[in-house]
Design a protein around this ligand. Structure first.
Ligand SMILES: [Fe+2]
Length: 454
């Protein structure tokens, strides 16, 4: 097993360390990551713990917002021997009041295309689902058809429209489900084999360890139909918004899905993914690194062994006012998916297309770009994109010595300030924009204040 860290901190790029377990001392507590080590002020120069945690020299605490910050890229976890055979994100399933209208919103604003549907006309008596696709990104919207559907009624009353399931493509659905349940996952639906003239798809569902949200395992072997057996294909060219709408953005894949949990629950949630699904810790930042004048948070990212599925888990830390995570938890009625990040290969044009379609993005102050230009010059980093285009589209940039990422965040997509989308482009950079967090969170807090929730 290897441990990684990109040590970047205020005042200078520290460099990349790749440590092997054979040559590094053991950390006392396997579960403690670099953030915890830093919190305790015990990080040493170039010291990597054998548990996979890595500490870089920190003669003084990082000064958030004053420059570049330490982040930790980790590969560690207790689930080394467990491989559920996850191949990547399959789709994200929303539960909403009106699946037809929600789907149309995503077609109009985000350029998705109608892909498949099921409902009364296809023999589905309880749930209507419409599935949208844009390149390799699949999202679905489901609504209950019966007046007294307890599951939907409770979900929508508590959380409003939002994500119910983050689905993973798997090699073997039965293996993934059985292995997860054996390790303590709460089963929601055992393996179901769905068949029609186009082939077979197997699905099974478990509940995420933090509760409420589901993970659906989807096994598709040689299925030639649209989405799943029982779904009717939709012709995107019959959709007027596709025919006559503005040019759509080009998406690649779902990059990551972020979950907010209650303060104090983040480590337990991460451990659940490691223990139950064989995930690994991948990245983390702590509340010394992510704080504004009013709030602070911690984040840890877990990933499957192939690193196709990345799930950041966020929790609040003590702050002067209500954090955006607390606001989310209040309005969602508990933990759940806060944002879905969609990766594109051309973010400048993708965001320009989305803006033409009326997508409402968080606004970034001009001072951010003055600071960005100075930092890029300071570290000798050049971007392939034009900085004026980046500023015009309101993109945030984060970088280290290996590469950079460009990202932007929408405002919430429903009346409750819960789910939003991120659009991002990676250029040899595997982080999540830690050096933009302060700018981003201050922008969100300005919106929170306007909502009366700060
Ligand atoms: Fe994100």
């Amino acid at each position: 097993m290897e441990a990684w860290i990109v040590g970047v901190r205020t005042g200078g790029v520290l460099g990349l360390t790749r440590g092997s377990h054979a040559s590094v001392p053991r950390c006392d507590e396997r579960r403690r990551d670099v953030s915890a080590v830093q919190r305790a002020g015990r990080a040493r120069a170039g010291v990597a713990c054998r548990c996979g945690s890595v500490g870089k020299e920190m003669s003084e605490p990082a000064s958030p917002g004053a420059g570049l910050m330490d982040v930790s890229f980790e590969k560690s976890g207790a689930g080394d021997a467990l491989d559920l055979g996850i191949l990547g994100f399959d789709h994200v399933e929303f539960w909403v009041g009106n699946a037809m209208q929600s789907a149309t919103y995503f077609v109009a604003r985000f350029g998705f295309e109608p892909y498949a549907e099921t409902g009364l006309q296809t023999g589905s008596r309880k749930v209507m689902t419409r599935v949208l696709r844009r390149n390799n990104v699949l999202i679905s919207f489901s609504s209950a058809l019966e007046p007294h559907d307890e599951l939907f009624r409770e979900q929508l009353a508590r959380s409003g429209d939002g994500v119910k399931s983050v689905a993973f493509s798997v090699r073997d659905c039965a293996h993934a489900f059985d292995a997860a349940v054996q390790r303590g996952a709460k089963p929601v639906q055992p393996v179901r084999t769905l068949k029609d003239e186009n082939g077979v798809v197997k699905v099974a569902i478990i509940e995420a360890g933090y509760g409420g949200t589901w993970h659906t395992f989807v096994e598709r072997h040689a299925f030639t139909g649209s989405f799943m057996p029982g779904f009717r294909a939709m012709n995107p060219h019959e959709e007027p918004l596709v025919k006559y709408g503005a040019p759509p953005p080009e998406f690649e894949v779902i990059d990551h899905c972020v979950c907010n949990v209650f303060e104090g629950d983040m480590e337990e949630a991460a451990e659940w993914y490691i223990r139950t699904l064989g995930f690994q810790r991948f990245w983390s930042v702590d509340d010394k690194q992510i704080l504004t004048e009013y709030s602070a948070m911690r984040s840890v990212v877990v990933t499957d062994p192939t690193e196709k599925v990345k799930l950041p888990l966020n929790e609040s830390a003590k702050g002067k006012r209500k954090s955006q995570i607390e606001e989310f938890l209040d309005y969602f009625g508990g933990p759940g998916i806060q944002h879905i990040a969609i990766r594109t290969g051309d973010i400048v044009n993708a965001v320009a297309a989305l803006r033409k379609r009326g997508v409402d993005f968080i606004s970034v102050p001009d001072t951010y770009y003055e600071d960005l230009r100075a930092r890029l010059e300071q570290y000798g980093v050049s971007l392939r994109e034009n900085l004026d285009d980046i500023q015009e589209q309101g993109l945030l940039v984060d970088f280290d010595e290996r590469g950079y990422l460009l990202q932007i965040f929408t405002r919430p997509l429903q009346p409750r300030p819960t789910l939003f989308l991120e659009i991002l482009q990676r250029r040899s950079h595997e982080g999540f924009g830690v050096n933009n967090f302060k700018t981003l969170f201050e922008a969100i807090e300005r919106d929170q204040a306007l909502r009366g929730n700060l």
